[in-house]
Design a binder for this molecule. Structure first.
Ligand code: ZN
Ligand code: ZN
Ligand code: FE
Length: 738
């Protein structure tokens, strides 16, 4: 990995052993030439492998003998240019403890300087324009280092030795406080103080961070947060909160030990944790809150300047457009949303959102893989040629495989938005450029859905193309993360929507097979007829009409206690006339159906909302019953639910019995298959596994039966992980080649 202080480390090590020679970055790693007594060389080699800086991961060491050059010094020499850099680019790192101390030391020349950094911390991926990672290849190229900074940069014993973004108030970029009225001359300390004051006074600010702009405001001011929602056209989707420190986090949420480690770790993602008291405007209808700690020096300075201890910090955009990261674009798109801008001079090379994770029953799950993770490789696979996998249309992320390493891009977004599509094109170009891969040597892999925007995009590139079925990609993503290509598993893929082999909408699938051998669909949720196509995904009662049509003796659901709106009757008519109806095995729509029966009868405003609402109800209950769900037939399950609601059973209890029934049924199906096929491992993936209650219960049942249960660790179980699974199946030639 470049930019993690590895060369200075080697320099110091050579010095300690009195060895001469040199070290340099090469496109495919680091090259070291050392000469000296054999014992010292042995000691040196041992230390290189075992004492490397924490962010440097050594994937292999090759040693060979050469004639001594007779030099009496050790140097760090210029990078060697190569045709295709397969070297790993470091993700961005949060500001380190030493830099924070300098930031707060009035005697330090970088006191209060928002662009402070060193070899142990600071931006990487968000400032790199091309490889190898050297200052002229970064967005810092416009700033010439002053005397003091270059001395630090040149001195191998300094903490800033070859820290590419090194700068100080005398020579580097600055932050400015800008209002729509005009540019204020206030820079750095004064600009930050003004921003902190404005935030304390209830204003909304656009704050430039590492990978883009955030919209920030006081999280505890309901009125301000509501104003932000209105201006941003974001009705109910939860906002993330940045808190001053761990103590401030503990005031808002219950921080488990596992959560604390992630919160303070080198990624600094948004960590979803149980709220102490719901913050209704920040996360409407949720018992959880997404919290992150300051990670850029600017954030530390804002809190030090006295801004509120809990700030809403949400990607600066309207609705679900991609995050704004260019200054002119930010001003254009955010005027009318932000009352002020805190703008930094240093350009951002590419947009990178905050990552989102949640500690849960099967370990910590990554829900959005972006800053701090990207572009580190998520897996290694046996693929000789470069592969570009373009993912799915929602929560899009792409994967480029070069030299067998799978680089998963940062989160891109929902491709139905034009801006997200532009971001998608930029990211493809960026990755191909970075790794110097030509379009015409690519194998391009896309979803089997012929109507996906990503599919149509993919058809423009590559020498060869292949399609991978959505749910097989979900299952594959788990296995390739673990590097297990041969193991036969049972795969449970549960999610909202995916194009099936037969052209119907899948989403409740049970597979058997392996990465190398491919996956056979062996069982699935009983199919239902979905009226109205895509609209059924946003109207739970419309999905309900489809699933409930298969039940006998149903009461009139337009009456109390169900009180379904008119749309339900309209959907029933579509069904009876068989117009615009689609067959589906979607578990997501089954969740929507249950949510509708329990009172969620309005349209959803973000993906998965009704299911999240249902899980919240279920988590409040101690119900032990499980509705029957034999052979993945939802009819007895829904009949029991309808009967309970009609009989006035507590809705939280009914929600829980629904979850337990689903868990029992899917677990039973998986374990029966394991037994029949002599398989000992079950893989869980798909957006439905973001539901912790269901995942936890399935995990429990299968583990008790002595089975291994694997879920995603590095990429999301939702569609953010699809591209990795696509790449794996295509790499192993388990895709449909065009
Ligand atoms: Zn530092
Ligand atoms: Zn300087
Ligand atoms: Fe999916």
């Amino acid at each position: 990995m470049q930019g993690v202080g590895f060369r200075p480390f080697v320099y110091r090590l050579a010095g300690a052993q009195h060895l001469s020679g040199w070290v340099r970055n090469a496109g495919d790693g680091v090259e070291i030439f050392v000469e000296g007594p054999a014992a010292a060389l042995d000691a040196f080699l041992l230390c290189v492998q075992h004492e490397a800086p924490p962010a440097a991961r050594i994937s292999g060491v090759d040693v060979w003998n050469d004639a001594p050059a007779g030099s009496d010094r050790f140097d760090i020499v210029e990078s060697k240019r190569v045709d295709r850099p397969t070297v790993r680019i470091s993700p961005d790192l949060p500001v380190c403890g030493q830099c924070v101390r300098e930031l707060r030391d009035p005697a330090d020349r970088r006191a209060g300087y928002p662009y402070i950094n060193c070899t142990n911390c600071g931006p990487r991926f968000t400032i790199i324009e091309q490889l190898p990672y050297d200052r002229p290849h970064t967005t810092m190229k416009a700033w010439v280092m002053c005397e003091a900074c270059s001395q630090e940069y040149e001195n191998p014993l300094d903490r800033r030795y070859h820290a590419q973004p090194v700068a100080c108030p005398a020579c580097g970029p600055a932050y400015r406080f800008v209002t729509p009225g005009g540019v204020s001359r206030a820079a750095d300390a004064e600009a930050i103080r003004r921003a902190a004051d404005a935030l304390s006074a209830g204003r909304i600010g656009a704050v430039k961070g590492l990978g883009g702009y955030h919209l920030a405001c006081d999280a505890r001011r309901g009125e301000t947060v509501r104003a932000l929602r209105k201006r941003k056209f974001r009705k109910e989707k939860p906002f993330a909160v940045m808190v001053r420190d761990l103590e401030a986090a503990r005031e808002l949420v219950l921080v488990s030990e596992e959560a604390r480690a992630v919160l303070e770790g080198p990624v600094r993602p948004i960590v979803i944790m149980p709220a102490r008291e719901p913050l209704e405007d920040v996360a409407p209808g949720s018992d959880d809150l997404g919290i992150m700690l300051p990670y850029a020096p600017l954030h530390v300075l804002l809190f030090d300047a006295g801004c509120p201890a809990a700030l809403v910090m949400t990607s600066a955009n309207r609705s679900s457009e991609p995050i704004a990261y260019r200054d002119d674009d930010a001003v254009e798109r955010l005027t009318g949303i932000a009352d002020f801008f805190l703008m930094g001079d240093r350009p951002i090379a590419r947009r990178v959102d905050d990552s989102v994770v949640r500690p849960g029953p099967a370990g910590t799950t990554v829900l959005r893989r972006s800053r701090g993770y990207a572009p580190a490789p998520a897996a290694v696979l046996p693929a000789e040629r470069p592969i570009l996998a373009v993912g799915a249309d929602l929560k899009n992320a792409i994967t480029l495989v070069v030299g067998g390493e799978a680089f998963v891009s940062q989160h891109i977004g929902d491709l139905e938005h034009f801006d997200a599509l532009t971001a998608f094109d930029e990211t493809v170009e960026d990755l191909l450029d970075m790794y110097r891969v030509r379009e015409d040597e690519l194998l391009v892999v896309h979803d089997a859905h012929p109507e996906y925007v990503s599919t149509r995009r993919a058809q423009r590139w590559g020498a060869e193309r292949a399609a991978v079925q959505h749910h097989r990609a979900h299952v594959a993503s788990v296995l390739v993360e673990r590097g297990d290509f041969e193991r036969r598993v049972v795969g449970l893929a549960l999610d909202g929507t995916g194009y099936g082999d037969d052209g119907t909408i899948w989403g409740g699938e049970v597979f058997a097979g392996s990465l190398a051998g491919g996956f056979d669909r062996v069982a699935h949720l009983r199919p239902a007829s979905l009226p109205g196509g895509d609209a059924a995904a946003t109207h739970p009662v419309q999905a309900a009409a489809g699933f409930l049509a298969a039940l006998d003796g149903l009461p009139n659901l337009e009456d109390a206690p169900f009180s379904f709106p008119k749309r339900y009757g309209q959907a029933l008519q579509l069904l009876s006339r068989q117009v615009r109806t689609f067959e589906t095995t979607s578990t997501g729509r089954l969740f929507d159906t249950a949510a509708a029966l329990l009172g969620f009868t309005r349209p959803i405003t973000f993906e998965g909302q009704a299911a999240i609402w249902l899980e919240r109800r279920a988590r409040r209950s101690r119900e032990r019953r499980a509705y029957p769900f034999p052979d993945l037939d939802y009819r007895p399950l829904l009949s029991a639910l309808v009967a309970d609601v009609a009989a006035g059973v507590r809705r939280d209890d009914a929600a829980r019995a629904f979850h337990m029934g689903l868990a029992d049924g899917f677990a039973a199906s998986a374990s029966a298959l394991c037994e029949r096929e002599r398989i000992d491992t079950v893989v869980l993936s798909g957006g439905v596994f973001q539901n912790q209650l269901l995942t936890g219960r399935i995990f429990e049942i299968l583990t008790e039966k002595g089975l291994h249960v694997w879920s995603n660790r590095h990429v999301p179980p939702n569609d953010g992980g699809i591209s990795l699974g696509q790449a794996a199946l295509a790499g192993l030639e388990r895709a449909s080649f065009a």
